[in-house]
Design a binder for this molecule. Sequence first.
Ligand code: SF4
Length: 292
Amino acid sequence: MASPRLDLMQVLLARENGFCFGVKKAVELTEAAAETGKRVHNLGQVVHNPTISRRLAERGVQVIKDVAQAEEGVVVIRAHGVPPAVRKEIEDRGLECIDATCSLVLRAQRFTKQLADEGYTVLILGTPDHPEVVGLKGYAGGTFHVVETKEEWGRLPKMKKAGVVSQSTQPPWAFTALVAHVATIAQEMKVFNTVCPVTVKRQHAASELAGQVRTIIVVGGRNSANTRELVNLAKMQGRSAYHIESADEVRSEWLAGEEAVGLIGGCSTPMDTLLEVKQRVEALGDLTTTAA
Ligand code: SF4
């Protein structure tokens, strides 16, 4: 009997993978709406993942950028949420609205409104044009600032009352650093930590992986904020990190000389996409090992 090969490259899957509960709910609600036979529209990609978008398109779900593009049927609000004016527009046009905003994003929207109602200048840690931040801005009243980098919050003016919230996928260390800075420029400060604990767990899993391997492959939509954060984190720990959306993007040269590589997906990356990547890495790793 042939003895098992011990020289194959190992693929280490991160401890946390697959959809987060917010993405899972948004996809399930969209699929359930498609089953009804009505015309179903996603206001923006339901999740930042090309495989899921393709699957939903096959079921007749149409992605629209603007509510005005839906003439009839159902509009699904994705996990990122929308500003109140958009929600109202859906209702005013007589369209059926399915709200798949993640419960954690709804919580952040509530806190943002509360801060604005209480007269705080709202400071949002996030990417200005990210859909979740666009939604939060709609609750932030007339005076707010969106900041993402140390340089940006370093330019904030002094203020009497500052209220701080965060886009869910921002790294916790950035939130802590922003809060520490605001304490030096505001007379009064109120803070709601709206960083998503699911993404924090995923970031911990990425760090753990970075402790075990030199190369990490991160799978997820290129426009997915939480996926990009995993790539940044691996790079900050001195690892080679490659961001891909699907298995066919894996390159054998990334694997050359490696005994093991790490694999992790963003919160909107389905497990089957991740497993396809795993298979491809294993196949290429085998070739690389054999060639060496
Ligand atoms: S990443 Fe967090 S906030 Fe965003 S959809 Fe998932 S659970 Fe909700």
